[in-house]
Design a protein around this ligand. Structure first.
Ligand SMILES: [Mn+2]
Length: 357
C-alpha cells in the first residue's frame, strides 16, 4: 500500500476489493453508465434513448466483439420497483447477457440501484459488482460508479440511502417532487470529480466513472478541450502560410461559437472546468450518461486505445467537437450515428500519469 494517510478511505477500499480482470492487448470493452431504466411510463428517462441503446449494442458492439460493463445506475429504483423495470425492459436484460460470449458482461452498482446487491432473484445478480480493476500491462484502470466519493451520507451508506429511497418513492412521488435524484449542482459534481482525481493521481491509476452525467476524457471536460484547441490554433497562426491562415481563422471562429454555446447552456447543466490544477493529469474518465436529450455518450477500450464516443439520432442541429476531426458514421441505415469525440493511446495516458502525478 502506497498511501500512508488515508485521505480517501472509501476509494482505497474499492481499489483493494475490486474484481481483477486482465485486459489483453486486443481486448475490446464498451463502458456505458446511468441508463436509469424505469417502467416505460412518462417518468422513465431511459425510454427516449431505449431504441438507440438497443441498436448500438445489438447491431454494433455485439458483432464488433466488445465485452460490456454497465457502470452503475442502470435501474432507477428511486422511482420504480425492480419488478416493473425488469418487466418493461426484459429484452434489454437479454441483450446485456449476450455480451458474455464476447468475453464478459459485468454491472457495477450506483446509488440508484445499490439495493439490488442483496436481491437474490435479480436477473443480473451473478454479474453485479461494486468495482472492477482492469489491468493493462503493469497499469490499472479502476471502474466504479463514482457515488462512493460523495460527501453526502445518503449516497455513500446503503442504510441511509434506503431511507431516502423510501422517501422518494412513497412521499416525494405523491407530493409531485420530480427529478430529485438528478438535481446535481455544479459544486457537488466538481467535489466528487476532484476527490476521485486526487485519489487516482496518488494511487497512479486511471479511474473510469459515471454518476455525474458529465463526460470527461483525460480529466478534461468539453470546455477544456475547446480551450486547448483554440490555444493550439492561435499558436499555429503566426507561422502559418497565408492560405492556411484563412482556414485557421475560420476554425477558431467555429470553436468560439461552440464555447459560447457551452457557457450559455452552462447555467442549465452546471458548468465547470474539469481542470483541477495548472497541469492536467489524464487520470479520470467519465462515460457521461445514456439518457441525454440528444443521445448517448460512452467509453470504448479498443486494444491499446481509449475513446469517448457519442451516439445520436440524425435530427440534431449541433456540431460536435472531435479532437481528431472525425466524422459521424451511420449505423447501417438506422438513422443512428456514432462519432469519436476523443481518442488516445493508453500508453500515452499512463506515461503522462506516471510522469506528472
Ligand atoms: Mn449515480
Amino acid at each position: 500500500m502506497r498511501l500512508h494517510q488515508k485521505k480517501h478511505p472509501h476509494l482505497e477500499r474499492l481499489l483493494e476489493t475490486a474484481k481483477p480482470i486482465d485486459l489483453g492487448s486486443s481486448s475490446k470493452v464498451l463502458i456505458l453508465s446511468d441508463l436509469h431504466m424505469g417502467n416505460g411510463g412518462r417518468r422513465d428517462e431511459f425510454k427516449r434513448n431505449a431504441d438507440l441503446v438497443r441498436s448500438m449494442l445489438e447491431e454494433y458492439y455485439l458483432p464488433e466483439k466488445y465485452s460490456l460493463v454497465l457502470n452503475g445506475d442502470v435501474e432507477e429504483l428511486f422511482k420504480f420497483s425492480i419488478e416493473s423495470i425488469t418487466e418493461q425492459w426484459r429484452h434489454m436484460y437479454d441483450l446485456f447477457l449476450r455480451f458474455e460470449k464476447n468475453g464478459f458482461f459485468w454491472k457495477t452498482y450506483g446509488n440508484h440501484d445499490a439495493d439490488l446487491f442483496e436481491e437474490p432473484n435479480y436477473r443480473l445478480s451473478g454479474h453485479l459488482l461494486e468495482a472492477i480493476k482492469f489491468s493493462y500491462g503493469d497499469e490499472v484502470m479502476l471502474l466504479f460508479h463514482g457515488h462512493q466519493a460523495s460527501i453526502l451520507l445518503w449516497e455513500t451508506y446503503p442504510i441511509v440511502s434506503r431511507v431516502v429511497v423510501l422517501f422518494l418513492r412513497y412521499v416525494a412521488k405523491p407530493m409531485g417532487i420530480r427529478n430529485f435524484s438528478t438535481a446535481y449542482n455544479s459544486r457537488r459534481r466538481f467535489a466528487i470529480e476532484r476527490s476521485i482525481y486526487d485519489f487516482s493521481n496518488q494511487a497512479k491509476i486511471v479511474s473510469i466513472i459515471g454518476h455525474t452525467h458529465r463526460p470527461l476524457f483525460e480529466s478534461l471536460s468539453k470546455v477544456d478541450h475547446l480551450n486547448y484547441r483554440i490555444e493550439d490554433l492561435c499558436r499555429a497562426y503566426p507561422s502559418a502560410a497565408p492560405q492556411e491562415r484563412c482556414g485557421i481563422k475560420q476554425e477558431i471562429a467555429e470553436l468560439k461559437t461552440m464555447l459560447d454555446a457551452c457557457f450559455t447552456e452552462g447555467k442549465k447543466i452546471g458548468l465547470r472546468s474539469g481542470r483541477y490544477n495548472n497541469i492536467s493529469i489524464p487520470s479520470v474518465f467519465n462515460s457521461g450518461c445514456s439518457i441525454g436529450k440528444r443521445g448517448v455518450t460512452a467509453i470504448e477500450i479498443d486494444g491499446d486505445r481509449i475513446r469517448l464516443v457519442y451516439w445520436f439520432k440524425r435530427k440534431q442541429g449541433r456540431k460536435f467537437v472531435s479532437d481528431r476531426n472525425s466524422e459521424p458514421e451511420q449505423l447501417g441505415s438506422s438513422g443512428y450515428f456514432r462519432i469519436v469525440l476523443n481518442e488516445d493511446h493508453l500508453d500515452y495516458v499512463f506515461s503522462r500519469l506516471n510522469l506528472l502525478a
